[in-house]
Design a binder for this molecule. Structure first.
Ligand code: TXA
Ligand code: MG
Length: 337
């Protein structure tokens, strides 16, 4: 286990005193600041180039700390008992102690209690809740290693804590709750099926899989922004592995393209830059690698990248959601032409 006490104390002191620090969590690296400090929260928006209407997640050390910053209910504690600490973010009505700069003016606050020991230690030692979005520049894939944070934030923040690659690899599941219902606003490692073990009434926001219609208001502001996009154009291919191979090889005759394929397919694409998504049936590993692969696409110097369209089932929905936005809904093959 990573345990550099000096670094943890330094990170905690910097945060308490108003600075921004890159911190590891089990999902992705975060850009942490004292959530009680309105000025520090505004600095987060500046450092990321984040749209002013996109609220931050506030991280707490133990689930009961939520009562200091929000109005909790029974369902919150049922969910906390089952899924916290862990990759779940719950939106609740906020208390006044959280500045509106943290929530982009909303009267609700998103709360998460990370399970990563380093994150937990930093929150506890700083003695304040920590506002932390993903530590990428806005629009870039979320960082899943300290190197990614360095690439985006070098020269902008005074400290990044390196605790190795993130376990989950995509951001937490974001849910909005009432007394007896849950809406999934962003899918993650905690799936709708898992949430149904605690609450009968779980729905998934249409913004998770569909493009917002013109004039439609996003329940979660982050959902309306184009995200995770590599510099090259990403296309998702709907079809089996034979169809995938055929389409990619056809494209490669006319385009400077790369391919993201399953490990089992690696030998098929001679002459085409090829990245391994992980083993065909290993959704966890594929999820863990996703953002690293999207960042690597930029280093290949290609115009287009082709990858399999993920399924929308269970754990795969989080990957589907990130990839469909990374490709701006460009799906080819199957019924899509
Ligand atoms: O795993 C994670 O959640 C990571 C790590 C660092 O904890 N954080 C993260 O934060 O992904 P960020 O800022 O990149 O994404 C926060 C998402 C955005 O889509 C935002 O719109 C939504 O949560 N959100 C935050 N507060 C909200 C609120 N009060 N109402 C609705 N959506 C909210
Ligand atoms: Mg983010």
């Amino acid at each position: 286990m990573w345990n550099d006490n000096g670094a943890l104390d330094k990170a905690s002191a910097l945060i308490r005193d108003g600075a921004l620090v890159g911190i590891p969590t089990e999902t992705v690296y975060g850009l942490g600041a004292n959530a009680y400090n309105a000025h520090s929260c505004l600095e987060i928006f500046k450092a990321k180039g984040r749209p002013a209407d996109n609220p931050l997640i506030v991280h707490i050390a133990v689930p009961s700390d939520a009562d200091k910053i929000a109005y909790t209910n029974d369902l919150y504690y049922k969910l906390a008992e089952r899924f916290m600490p862990g990759p779940l973010t719950i939106i609740l009505p906020k208390r006044d102690i959280i500045p509106s700069e943290a929530t982009a003016g909303l009267d609700s606050v998103a709360i998460r209690c990370p399970v990563h020991e380093v994150a937990r230690q930093i929150i506890e030692r700083s003695g304040v809740p920590i506002a932390a979005p993903s530590a990428n520049k806005s629009g870039r894939p979320s960082p899943t290693s300290a190197r990614h944070v360095y690439n985006d934030m070098n020269g902008i923040i005074p400290l990044i804590i390196d605790a190795g690659p993130c376990d989950v690899g995509v951001e937490s599941t974001v849910i909005k709750i009432s007394e007896d219902s849950i809406i999934v606003l962003r899918p993650g490692a905690i799936t709708a099926e898992m949430l149904r073990e605690v609450c009968d009434n779980v729905t998934i926001s249409s913004a998770v899989t569909e493009e917002l219609k013109e004039g439609e208001v996003a329940l979660s502001p982050g959902m309306k922004y184009k995200h995770y996009a590599p510099a090259s154009e990403l296309y998702l291919v709907d079809g089996n592995e034979d169809e995938f191979e055929k389409i990619v090889k056809e494209k490669a005759k006319k385009e400077k393209c790369a391919v993201i394929c399953y490990e089992e397919e690696l030998t098929k694409f001679e002459g085409i830059p090829t990245l391994s998504a992980g083993k065909r049936d290993d959704i966890k590993e594929q999820t863990k690698r996703l953002f690293e692969l999207l960042r690597r696409c930029d280093e290949l110097g290609v115009d287009t990248v082709y990858a399999h369209l993920p399924s929308k089932d269970g754990q795969a929905l989080a990957m589907y959601n990130r990839m469909i936005r990374a490709c701006a809904h460009r799906v080819i093959g199957g019924k899509n032409g």
